[in-house]
Ligand binder design. Sequence first.
Ligand code: PEP
Length: 250
Amino acid sequence: MHAIVAGNWKMHETARDGGQLAHDIRALLDDAWLRNVTVVVAPPFTALGAVGNALAGSGVALGAQNMHWEDAGAFTGEIAPPMLVELGVHYVILGHSERRRYFGESDDDVRRKVHAALEHGLRPIIAVGETEAQRDAGETDACVTRQTRAALDGVERDRLESIAIAYEPVWAIGTGRNCELQEADRVMSLIKGSTSGLEDVPVLYGGSANPSNFAAYLALQSCRGGLIGGASLDAQTFATMVRLGAEARA
Ligand code: PEP
């Protein structure tokens, strides 16, 4: 089964700079790697068109970082699923901790978005993970179990194959602090066991992954790839991580 290596550009790159970055990434990817790894690039909404153009025909999939659950309506500032589909988007990151923390996204919002994504043929990458306070209070397991179950509530079993889950300990995102390998493996296995039918759903690790530590996560039994933030903004670094993903699955 393929690894998935997804780059979350967050609020970085204008359309022009993003198109250039996508072009640079494309130039560094070896077609042979793409036989073993699904690569997703998720730029800001405004760069989706330019990045989609730069990646056309490359085999690299376009992702969005968020979306609303309604198809249209009076939701100023929001972006609807059909708008993403029209731009050639195939993946959408949902429930990222920055959405939960800074924009008040609830478990129920994430659930609605997951359903809407699936209705429109978009593949959700659902992010779950505990905060540092939750970890310190021994609530990691309860947190990721609750977030996973809530996001998938009501999703029919045969639709789970379109989903990936990213385990992203919030305290490890953008901090340079990594989750210990054994703990990451334990929590990712817990996620797989939290809902029936999830056994074959890809679980990715995210949280300060970089070319030095990524291979070790990929070697974990429970890990099928990575959701990469900061390290996805440099073409060479991201390409190296894609290669590591391919090698892990070769
Ligand atoms: C992320 O934003 O999903 C992420 C994992 O960020 P970083 O790799 O920068 O920690």
